[in-house]
Design a protein around this ligand. Structure first.
Ligand SMILES: CC(C)(COP(=O)(O)OP(=O)(O)OC[C@H]1O[C@@H](n2cnc3c(N)ncnc32)[C@H](O)[C@@H]1OP(=O)(O)O)[C@@H](O)C(=O)NCCC(=O)NCCS
Length: 185
């Protein structure tokens, strides 16, 4: 399903929806020598931490409480990031299910002391599950896409969701089949 109807597994239609813009967030950080790898450019893990931080803030804002990272996929590093770059991590809720949210993140970099436009250096999609005080999944408000870009992102997120579930199911089926055949690994 790739239209804008609530997902069949969302089950959250009786919770008032929240527009995408209500939780959209940008986190900005200047890269220093503490952030570099052995090549002298910024370590990918430093960028991933910023991505997780920004996405976590968005998920917490959207869901109105704690949310944990369930998965991160399609993390792409498009250009190296250098010491002295001002990095902007832009995150928004793309899609909501019953208790989970897909957050899309774009990473931009610009020289901290120049006025040249920022360039995109990375992107990622993360799934967060909203949790209660016991760490159990709790329901989230449906996201209400506002712009055509939000609507495209919602539809694309539904495609990724379908593929994640299908991949997980296929792997579980294979493992069960091998176990049933008595194969040990
Ligand atoms: C994420 C977590 C809460 C899921 O708990 P669970 O008991 O498996 O609950 P469910 O199977 O009902 O999953 C809850 C939601 O998360 C989604 N989900 C769970 N694992 C997922 C994964 N690997 N990828 C994508 N979505 C996932 C489910 O589809 C479900 O979404 P929905 O309600 O919108 O359909 C649990 O696995 C957890 O606490 N993980 C640790 C999280 C953490 O510590 N993160 C920090 C990283 S160090």
């Amino acid at each position: 399903m790739t239209d804008l109807a609530p997902a069949a597994d969302s089950g959250s239609t009786d919770i008032p929806g929240k527009p995408t813009s209500a939780s959209r967030t940008t986190l900005s950080h200047i890269m220093t020598h503490n952030d570099t790898n052995l090549l002298g450019t910024v370590h990918g893990g430093v960028i991933m931490k910023l991505v997780d931080d920004a996405a976590g803030a968005v998920a917490g804002r959207h869901s109105g409480g704690p949310a944990v990272t369930a998965s991160m996929d399609e993390m792409a590093f498009l250009e190296p990031v250098r010491v002295g770059d001002l990095v902007h991590v832009k995150a928004q809720v793309n899609w909501t299910g019953r208790t989970s949210m897909e957050v899309g993140v774009r990473v931009l970099a610009e020289r901290w002391n120049e006025s040249a436009p920022a360039t995109q250096v990375g992107s990622a999609y993360l799934v967060f599950a909203a949790v209660d005080a016991d760490g159990k999944p709790r329901r989230v408000p449906p996201v209400l896409p506002e712009t055509e870009r939000d609507k495209r992102r919602y539809q694309e997120a539904q495609i990724r969701r379908t593929h994640r579930l299908a991949r997980r199911r296929a792997i579980m089926d294979l493992r069960e089949k091998r176990a049933a055949e008595g194969i040990e690994d």
